[in-house]
Ligand binder design. Structure first.
Ligand SMILES: Nc1ncnc2c1ncn2[C@@H]1O[C@H](COP(=O)(O)OP(=O)(O)OP(=O)(O)O)[C@@H](O)[C@H]1O
Ligand SMILES: [Mg+2]
Length: 257
């Protein structure tokens, strides 16, 4: 009975992120074609696809770093504001971690984590500091708190960047190839932090080439090519039995590497 109720509640819930018929052009280049994607609370969606298929563009439209030509994007049912204070506010609720350049070089790791909550959310410093140190501990870089980013390894920097995003209590976290710029031995430590976050129930959209992560952590894999979503499925189904020729080719090309 309890479980039935859960299912019912879930189905009534508004998606955290919803894109409907989204079209995006860069000049003549049709970068996103009729994108429809709905991400539920606590869901982990992994976006994969060949280079240039529109994965980064899709992520960037979600916090309006890129504007769209037509269609609709909603965060918890609310349409993305066009600009101004409302957009700034909405952006604070969407965490984003890129390949690199996530931290301010001239601020310590601790300051990096504290500045959003203090400057933007206007929360009291003491409280923010306590929470920031907890977050740094959670991602395993609390011993680096007083250092500048350049003194940390790439993996440590990326984990600090995740802590920095989490300090804003985002509704959703977007990761765009967060491990692509890292040396192999540092990739796993970042994926481990992301895995833990997923298990704690964070809503996540992750662009990655780490297929083991996708297999183990994703609730759903979304495969893109040429600006379109070609197919989406549970990871097991997608990796063992991709439906489209494009996805099969893509998986083959990865497996050859
Ligand atoms: N600022 C831009 N101006 C013009 N074209 C762009 C711009 N950004 C991306 N594009 C083009 O849009 C298409 C989609 O790019 P996007 O970066 O979203 O792909 P991607 O799937 O993230 O690729 P990758 O795996 O290489 O990161 C590509 O053809 C790209 O060249
Ligand atoms: Mg990209």
């Amino acid at each position: 009975m309890e479980r039935n109720k859960d299912v019912l509640d879930k189905s009534l819930e508004i998606p955290v992120v919803e894109l409907r018929h989204v079209e995006k052009y860069y000049g003549e280049m049709h970068a996103l074609k009729d994108i429809n994607l709905s991400v539920e609370r606590g869901e982990v969606v992994v976006l994969i696809g060949p280079s240039g298929s529109g994965k980064s563009t899709l992520c960037r439209t979600i916090n309006r770093l890129e504007t769209i030509k037509s269609g609709e994007i909603r965060i918890e049912g609310k349409k993305l504001p066009e600009g101004g204070k409302e957009l700034a506010e909405l952006r604070t609720q969407i965490g984003m971690v890129f390949q690199s350049f996530n931290l301010f070089a001239h601020r310590t790791i601790l300051d990096n984590v504290m500045m959003g909550p203090i400057d933007v959310l206007k929360r009291p410093e003491e409280e923010v500091k306590k929470e920031a140190l907890e977050l740094l501990k959670r991602v395993g870089v609390d011993s680096q708190a007083d250092k500048f980013p350049a003194k940390l390894s790439g993996g440590q920097q990326q984990r600090a960047a995740i802590a920095r995003s989490l300090a804003m209590h985002p509704k959703v976290m977007l990761f765009d190839e967060p491990t692509s710029a890292l040396d192999p031995e540092m990739i796993q430590e970042v994926l481990d932090v992301m895995t833990e976050l997923a298990h704690e129930g964070m809503t996540m959209i992750v662009v990655t080439h780490e297929m083991n992560f996708a297999r183990r952590v994703a609730d759903r894999v979304v495969f893109m090519a040429d600006g379109s979503i070609i197919e989406e499925a549970a990871p097991d189904e997608f990796f063992t039995n991709p439906k489209s020729e494009r996805a099969r080719e893509f998986l083959d090309s990865i497996n050859r590497h």
